[in-house]
Design a protein around this ligand. Structure first.
Ligand SMILES: [Zn+2]
Length: 204
């Protein structure tokens, strides 16, 4: 694995004056279409950190109030406690000094300040893990995920399976007519499609 699970924690680092103060931070991004397992992968990484007794804080944006107010829940019902924030500024103020790992779900629903906030946290020695949609329903890069992908040390691209043909699916097909960029929810509103079967102008 390249996601640094086995790094030395700051608690184990030598306390010698003049030595490096703590293990270095970094940014991991988990990006892909809906139904590609992004939240499951985020929860899996955060759970492993918790098992290793690292201090973990988990955030999601206010817009996403489906299923549960204070948990991140994957489509397969995996769940982990989280805190809802109004934006990247509030998130920054809530991260505590002794936190080792910061998990962020639904990164695409955050404001343009999220990449800078993640940089700040990583510079403070935190492992920052962000999951989010990398494209909107028209197949356009979904800000601020492209900016996060550019500055991340580690990127995991998750693919779903096309419901039409069974190929690897990189697109989120919207099934209802709407020109709103954000339609919160999942079941019935969207399905995963491959490049060939994706119809950004609307479903067949
Ligand atoms: Zn297909």
């Amino acid at each position: 694995m390249s996601d640094g699970e086995n790094r030395t924690t700051s608690a184990d680092a030598p306390e010698t004056p003049g030595s490096r103060q703590r293990a270095g931070g970094w940014i991991e991004v988990i990006a892909g279409s809906m139904f590609s397992g992004k939240s499951e992968e985020l929860i899996r990484r955060l759970r492993r950190a918790q098992i290793a007794r690292q201090k973990v804080q988990i955030f999601k944006p206010l817009v996403d109030d489906r299923f549960s107010e204070d948990h991140i829940v994957s489509h397969s019902e995996m769940r982990i406690a989280s805190r809802t924030v109004r934006g990247s500024g509030e998130l920054l103020t809530l991260v505590e000094d002794d936190t080792n790992v910061v998990g962020i779900d639904e990164g695409q629903f955050f404001d343009a300040g999220l990449p800078a906030a993640c940089n700040t946290l990583a510079d403070r020695g935190k492992r920052v893990i962000v999951a989010g949609l990398d494209q909107d329903y028209l197949g356009r890069p979904f800000e601020p995920m492209p900016q996060l992908l550019a500055i991340a040390e580690y990127i995991t691209k998750t693919l779903a399976i096309c419901v039409v043909c069974g190929d690897p699916a990189n697109h989120t097909q919207r099934l209802v007519a709407s020109s709103d960029r954000v339609l919160v929810g999942a079941s019935g509103l969207y399905e995963a499609r491959c490049r060939r079967c994706f119809r950004p102008e609307g479903p067949d």
